[in-house]
Design a protein around this ligand. Structure first.
Ligand code: SAM
Length: 236
């Protein structure tokens, strides 16, 4: 079974140690156990865990080199893509953000159990923390998977990126119209034209689009707006 993971890592040119692979398996055990009491994931099959959680999270290497960077994972849920990034790129400094505290309690347990240094959790909504000077424009990269459509997600994420940094979102292969519709909102938020990279999750035939937006200048302090305004009147 581990071959799926190992072959996937090799096809993505990601170097690994035995300890990293053991950490991936330990995370699976913790996720399966906690999932009995807290709704963390629908993926319970180990092969699917390797492909749809671990290797999918690592697809970022197709568009961005995370090594040594300060990264924020917005809407991390049970820790994806943030935890796999931290396991395989131990030199990154990662902050895992979510509005649901019980998910973060799980992630904190994982951080403690695996002894991950340079990984912290933060509880709150992206729309609020995006105005907090501790987080606003402080990150080399902001990543997010399965949280909101591209236009809304841009308003959540771009304010956290430093000028010259990047926002990378994991989208489904058929998300072209959603990406096209977000170009104006990305521009309003001071992001570049999106760079779209197609990729297949190793060991599967699942195609992905990784969308990278680079931050050109500071984001107008009006953004992000309140959750109510964002949902009522998305930037288009
Ligand atoms: N990124 C994870 C993954 O791909 O497995 C979790 C995806 S889950 C479908 C969406 C997560 O985003 C949930 O944990 C939810 O609490 C969080 N979320 C949604 N909107 C948010 C917001 N505005 N601020 C912070 N977290 C948010």
């Amino acid at each position: 079974m581990r071959d799926i993971l190992i072959n996937g890592l090799e096809s993505l040119n990601i170097s690994y140690t035995d300890k990293m692979v053991e950490d991936v398996d330990a995370l699976y055990e913790m996720l399966s156990e906690r999932n009995k009491s807290v709704n963390l994931t629908r993926i319970i099959d180990k092969e699917e865990y390797y492909t749809k959680h671990i290797l999918d999270s690592l697809l970022i290497v197709k568009t961005y080199d995370p090594d040594g960077k300060k990264i924020l994972d917005v809407g991390t849920g049970a820790g994806f893509p943030g935890l796999p990034l931290k396991i395989f790129f131990p030199d990154i400094n990662i902050v895992l953000l979510d509005s649901v505290n019980k998910k973060l309690l799980f992630i904190q347990d994982v951080i403690d159990e695996l002894g991950l240094k340079g990984a912290t959790v933060v509880h709150g909504r992206a729309e609020d923390l995006g105005h907090d000077t501790e987080y606003r424009e402080r990150f080399d990269a902001v990543v997010s998977r399965a949280v909101a459509d591209m236009s809304v997600l841009s308003e959540y994420c771009i304010p956290f990126s430093r000028v010259g940094g990047s926002f990378i979102s994991y989208k489904a292969y058929d998300s072209d119209s959603e990406i096209d519709a977000s170009c104006n909102s990305v521009r309003i938020l001071s992001g570049s034209l999106p760079v779209i990279t197609g990729a297949v999750i190793p060991g599967t035939d699942i195609e992905r689009k990784l969308v990278r937006v680079d931050k050109i200048s500071e984001t107008d302090p009006r953004y992000p707006r309140s959750p109510k305004q964002i949902s009522k009147d998305p930037l288009l």
